[in-house]
Design a binder for this molecule. Structure first.
Ligand code: ADP
Length: 563
């Protein structure tokens, strides 16, 4: 029992484990596939944001390029022209284009004219200027801490007959670009320089922080999931806690675009998928559990039933053995009871021939003395005949009294009837009953046990005698006849008839007073069993001209023509 319970707990645990595994796998699968979707969209958003930024910056570079061809500016680099006029030109262009500042620098880095009132220093050493002085377009960014400005600066060379005379510098405040349209984008997009400094971003809290600081914050970590870089951050309500990190190099502006795409939808989907799978598995498990429980209960019930059946069979067997024993005892006691009834006649039966023998013997003596041996011889033969008859009577009774289970065999019904008549002869005489026995001219072989068939017939005759107690001229008629298959023995009396013909074969049914001639109500029920055991039938009915008729039907013995 214990083993079974632990096995079930183990199976349950295993099932839970498998369910968790299945749900986890489903969740992981859902997470990975939705991460891929997020990455695709994130990359598209990043590209769009990058294009927008680069496009906006490009405008200012064009301004620088265009201004580099302006004749007044070119003149100024040659030491000609009017500085004030150029200053006001630059100022008006800066206002119109939204630039923070436009300057004209000489080949030595001195600012020749500018649109701003801020003090300006020598530009030598600044990347955008240096690049321009090499005849190329330069770009650089820097942070102006006093004004808290992030500035992108473009440098365009002023070239005359192959010589770089100076450069036009156009600066733009990033704030104006950020403010214009891309705050409030769905994802946090930012642009970092080579040092990892976040220079441009659509989330103000990210600006001027380094990527490193962002990644390495107190609560931050970076991990790889399904081939993607996931950042865990704690940077305020506008930055996702868990985000997919994607990048895009932007060499044109010397920066790298980066985006943080919240993984929350993917996680939600993963949980949902995992939970759905877990629910399905648990449901299936519950059904499976229910089925096995039912099967187990059924098996237990079947086992119980089988055991009960077995016990019942054993009891039935025991009871049938007991019953058989009781039956054979009953049979014997019924037989002895019949014998008791007949015994009164036995002495009479034996006495009569004995007296006859004595007188025949005495007479024989006399005849011999008188010298008539012929008559004496006749007497002697009568004596031996009578002795034979006595012997037969005795052997009849002895055979009847024996308690033996004789087998069913081929029995002469006529001989049995005659033996029974012989046994009851004394009673017939005593009760003044006229017997009408038709006899038969040949033996009729039937399937039966000799003593048992005798017992049946003795019982029928006893019942007839009992029934005719108050009849003036009692008469018993016995006959036997047969057809192709059956022999029929009938015992008929002229008594009052059967009161309840349908009940007479029931055990303990009797109409006789208790104590009177053994009225136990068992005689006919025993007879019924005996005749059935021969494969025959016994019936009792009332004759239409009065009295009871009992018929014992027996199967004929098989013909042995071959023998
Ligand atoms: P018992 O003889 O001990 O009563 P039986 O089983 O032999 O038991 O008979 C049962 C009953 O059948 C009898 O009590 C009687 O009422 C009825 N019966 C049997 N034989 C006859 C008969 N020849 N005539 C009338 N009734 C009979």
């Amino acid at each position: 029992m214990m083993g079974k319970t632990t096995r079930r707990i183990l199976a349950f645990g295993l099932f839970l484990f498998a369910t968790a595994l299945g749900a986890g796998a489903a969740g992981w699968f859902g997470y990975s596939s939705s991460l891929a979707g997020l990455a695709l969209r994130g990359q598209a958003d990043l590209t769009r944001a990058s294009d927008r930024l680069v496009g906006q910056l490009q405008r200012f570079r064009q301004v620088a390029v265009l201004m580099a061809d302006h004749p007044e500016l070119v003149a100024l680099t040659k030491g000609q022209g009017d500085v004030d006029r150029v200053n006001s030109l630059l100022l008006s262009i800066a206002d119109k284009t939204g630039s923070d500042a436009i300057m004209l620098a000489s080949g030595k880095g001195q600012v020749l004219a500018h649109s701003t009132l801020r003090p300006v220093f020598n530009l030598t050493g600044q990347p955008h200027y240096d690049r321009a002085m090499h005849g190329a377009l330069g770009i650089s960014h820097n942070y102006n801490s006093p004004t808290n400005q992030r500035i992108f600066s473009f440098g365009a060379p002023i070239i005359q007959s192959g010589h770089v005379l100076g450069a036009v510098i156009v600066s733009v405040d990033i704030e104006t670009i950020e403010e214009s349209d891309w705050r409030g984008d769905l994802h946090a997009v930012f642009f970092t320089d080579d040092a990892g400094l976040i220079f441009v971003a659509n989330r103000s809290e990210l600006v001027m922080r380094t990527r490193q600081a962002l990644k390495g914050g107190a609560f931050a970590s970076v991990r790889q999931r399904a081939g993607y870089e996931i950042w865990s951050l704690n940077s305020g309500p506008y930055i996702p806690k868990n985000a997919l990190h994607l990048t895009k190099p932007l060499p044109i502006i010397g920066m790298r675009g980066e985006v943080l795409v919240s993984t929350a939808p993917a996680l939600r989907l993963a949980w949902l998928q995992g939970a759905a799978v877990a629910a399905i598995l648990l449901g299936l498990g519950a059904i499976l559990f229910w089925l096995t429980e039912r099967r187990r209960a059924m098996a237990a019930r079947l086992r119980l039933e089988a055991k009960a059946n077995e016990e019942l069979e054993i009891r039935v067997e025991q009871r049938s053995v007991e019953l058989k024993q009781a039956q054979s005892e009953l049979l014997q006691s019924a037989k002895l009871a019949a014998l008791g009834q007949m015994s009164a006649g036995i002495s009479h039966e034996l006495n009569q021939p004995l007296m006859a023998i004595r007188s025949f013997a005495e007479n024989a003596e006399t005849f011999i003395e008188r010298g008539k041996p012929g008559v004496a011889l006749k007497n002697l033969s009568r004596i031996s005949e009578l002795a034979r008859r006595m012997g037969r009577i005795i052997s009849n009774f002895r055979a009847f009294a024996k308690q033996e289970s004789e087998p069913v065999g081929d029995v002469d019904a006529v001989a049995v009837i005659e033996a029974v008549i012989e046994m009851n002869e004394a009673r017939f005489v005593q009760e003044k009953i006229r017997l009408n026995w038709s006899g038969a001219n040949a033996a009729i072989l039937v399937r039966a046990g000799e003593v048992r068939l005798q017992q049946v017939l003795v019982n029928l005759i006893s019942n007839a005698i009992d029934a005719m107690e108050d009849i003036r001229y009692p008469r018993i008629e016995i006959s036997v006849e047969c057809d192709a298959e059956k022999a029929r023995i009938t015992v008929r009396d002229n008594g009052p008839g059967i009161k309840q013909p349908e009940k007479i074969f029931e055990p303990y049914y009797t109409t006789k007073a208790v104590g009177k001639s053994d009225g136990m109500g068992l005689g006919l029920s025993i007879s019924y069993g005996l005749v059935q055991s021969f494969g025959g039938d016994i019936r009792g009915r009332n004759h239409k001209s009065g009295g009871a008729v009992f018929t014992v039907e027996l199967p004929l013995a098989k013909q042995k023509d071959a023998a």
